[in-house]
Design a protein around this ligand. Structure first.
Ligand code: PHE
Length: 357
């Protein structure tokens, strides 16, 4: 059969030159499709003598196979080239450093609450909590502060609103953590050993007072607990908390819910406007305490003839200021990012006793 060599040269050349898969497909149809050039040549076999056909048939079939293989090979080559191009275009440098993100800090109040909790936990105290909106019974009456008592006025209490005609006494924002004593005694009875850290509220505002601040209450009840246990626990606490031996001074005082009552000062020095705890011969008041009043035990459902115990209430913000040299309480609650970055703690600095709190 004539012209097969040109046919081969032509198709193999065009296949070699094809630059897209679509062009390749067009070539396939034009060469091998039903009306393709090679298919039409196949039809010519019908008009040949058997001898001619015996030569031309295999030659045409071989050509067809050759073109087919060239198409397949070219298709694979085009696919590989396309992938290479994509890999080059979509290249990404994964070694680039990540964008800087600012990490938040733990607020000193949260940090100190954790520190206090770790130290008291080591002495066997569990943590109890109560609501910040209290009935006046839990906040006052149950703590032996009756309606006419001057302590109610002194506390600068925030009262909630009551609808006109509603004669129930208003709820209050708790003025101290002491109501948690009552709730805990009611729910768990005696003996007990707990601390209750949390927010408290009083209408007051200056360098050392904010309308919301934090206290931690302590309550230990058993059959033979005395003021001596109170003093030991507090000295142990202050020494662990400040990381140095701290002397305490108990001053006789008065709270309606404890009898006898004492205000506790810690040893410190004032020099150049800075306070240093655990040295010098000045004193700083840090908490109120005493032996739980029998009426308070009764209000909590505990028999005062069988049980007795001590209680104390301490300002968390106050001891945070002392330990970390923070001069103004109001800044604690201003949410000034520069302040928070400066005085805040890393989330990884978890207070533990073995690390010195
Ligand atoms: N609740 C008192 C206060 O807020 C502190 C206190 C607690 C005193 C327990 C004695 C016993 O000032």
């Amino acid at each position: 059969m004539d012209g097969l060599d040109e046919l081969r040269a032509n198709w193999l050349g065009r296949i070699g030159d094809a630059s897209t898969e679509a062009a390749l497909e067009e070539l396939r149809v034009a060469a091998l499709g039903k009306k393709g050039e090679i298919a039409l040549k196949m039809r010519e076999l019908g008009g040949m003598s058997p001898d001619e056909r015996q030569v031309a048939g295999p030659a045409l079939n071989a050509l067809k196979d050759e073109v087919n293989s060239a198409l397949v090979a070219k298709k694979v080559a085009l696919g590989d080239a396309a992938l290479d191009a994509r890999l080059r275009a979509e290249w990404l440098d994964v070694t680039l450093p990540a964008r800087h993100r600012r990490i938040g800090t733990i607020h000193p109040v949260s940090q100190v609450t954790e520190e206090v909790t770790a130290i008291f936990a080591d002495m066997g105290f569990a943590v109890a909590e109560g609501p910040q909106i209290e009935t006046d019974w839990y906040n006052f009456d149950a703590l032996n502060i009756p309606g006419h008592h001057p302590a109610r006025a002194e506390m600068d209490t925030f009262y909630t609103h009551r609808a006109p005609g509603d004669v129930r006494p208003p709820h209050v924002l708790r003025t101290h953590t002491s109501p948690v004593q009552i709730r805990h005694m009611e729910a768990n009875g005696a003996p007990c050993r707990i601390i209750c850290p949390g927010r408290v509220y009083r209408a007051d505002y200056d360098q050392t007072h904010t309308p919301m601040f934090h206290q931690v209450e302590g309550l230990a009840i058993d059959r033979d607990i005395s003021m001596a246990n109170l003093k030991w626990v507090l000295e142990e606490f202050f020494t662990a908390y400040f990381g140095t031996k701290v002397k305490t001074r108990f001053r006789a005082s008065h709270f309606p819910f404890t009898e006898p009552s004492a205000e506790v000062d810690i040893q410190c020095s004032f020099a150049d406007g800075t306070v240093k705890v655990g040295e010098g011969d000045d004193w700083l008041e840090v908490l109120g305490s005493g032996m739980v009043h029998p009426k308070v035990l009764q209000a909590g459902g505990i028999d005062p003839n069988e049980w007795q115990g001590f209680a104390f209430g301490m300002g968390i913000d106050r001891i945070a200021m002392l330990k970390y040299g923070i001069p103004d309480l109001r800044a604690f609650f201003d949410s000034d990012l520069r302040w928070l970055r400066h005085y805040g703690f890393s989330a990884l600095e978890v207070p533990t006793l073995y690390a010195g709190v």
